[in-house]
Ligand binder design. Sequence first.
Ligand SMILES: *Cc1c(COP(=O)(O)O)cnc(C)c1O
Length: 364
Amino acid sequence: MDAPVPNRWVMEIAPYVPGRSTTDSGTKAVKLSSNENPFGTPEVARAAFAAAASQLERYPDASAAELREAIGAHYGLDPARIIYGTGSDEVLHLATGAYAGVGDEVIYVRYGFAVYDIAARRVGATPVVAPDTDYASDVDAILACVTARTKLIFIANPNNPTGTYTPRADIARLHAALPPHVLLVIDQAYTEYLDPEDDDGGLDLARNTKNVLVTRTFSKIFGLASERVGWGYGAPEMIDAMHRIRAPFNFSTAAQKAAVAALGDHAFVERSYRHNRAWRGWFADQIEAMGNKGLRAVPSKANFQLVLFEGEVTAEHAYKALMERGYIVRWLPGQGLPHGLRITIGTEDEIQGVAAAIREIMGA
Ligand SMILES: *Cc1c(COP(=O)(O)O)cnc(C)c1O
C-alpha cells in the first residue's frame, strides 16, 4: 500500500447526481429538475439573510435555539427534541451514523430517495431494497425485509422520485409491526404540499414513541435550498445520540435567521401550496391525455410529477429533446427509472411550456 486506502464501503457508494442547471450546450434553461420553489424565497427570509451579513466574524449559535423555538411554536413541538442539520440530508446521515454500522441492515423502498443508499453505505451498513407496488411504497414489502440485523428504515412521504403517498393507516401499521429497536425515519420533505386531510401521523408517532424520527426541510416549499436547513423530531434519547456526532456549528447564522423568517410567512407557503396543487393536477391531466402515446402520470402529492414513458418514445429521448427546447428535467436511470422523467411543478409559464414541449416531442 503506497497511499491511504478508503474504507471498502465508501468506494461502493455511487456518487450522488444533482439536478442540472444548464443544458448540454451550456445555455441557461428552465430548471425543473430539483423540486425547488418556483416562486423563489420569501422576501422576509431574504431580508433576514442579508441582515446576518453584519456579523460574519461570529460563530453561529451552536444550539440553534431561535430556530428550535420557532419550529416548536409553529408545529406544537418540544424544542428540546429537535435536531437540526445542514439540510435534512445531514439529519438522515446523523440518524444512520448514530444507529447503524458494519453488519447492520438499512431498508428503503425500490424507488426511494438517493441519499438513503449513500447514508447507509457511508457507515458500512448494508442497504436492503423493498419492492414497490406500482411505484408506491409497500408497507408489507418493507416489513417482509425486516431481519434481526435491521437497524433503520427510511420512508419518504410523499416519496421522491415517485411522488406517491403512504396513508396514515399504513404508516401506523408499519410502525406497529416493527420490533421496538428498529428506528423508523419518516422523511417529510414535501409534507407542506399535502392537502390538510393527508397528515400521515408521523409527528404523533415521533412525539409518543421511542423509535420514530420525522425529518423536515426548508429546501422545498420554504424556498431556502441554497441555505441548507433541515431538522428532525424524535425521542430525547435519540436526539441526544445524534447531537453527539453532529458537527458543532453545522449551519450558518444567516441560514438560521432566514429559516425563522420563512417559517412566519404563511402567505408565501399558502400561495405555493395552492399553485402547486392546481398545476400539478393540470399537468397530470395533460400527461394522461397522451396515454395513447404510452405516457403515464404516477399519482403525486408532492411538487413534482413522475412521468413514465411506456410507448415508442423513450424517456431518454424526451429528456434530450426537452433539453434542446430549454427545459431541464430529471431523468433517473441511476435510480432504476430509465423509463421515467421527474418534472418539478414550476411557474404557470414553465409548466405550460414543458407540457407543450412534451406534446410536440410525442407528436400528440
Ligand atoms: C429534497 C429532499 C430532502 C431535503 O433535502 P435537504 O438536504 O433538506 O435539502 C430530503 N428528502 C427527500 C425525499 C427530498 O426529496
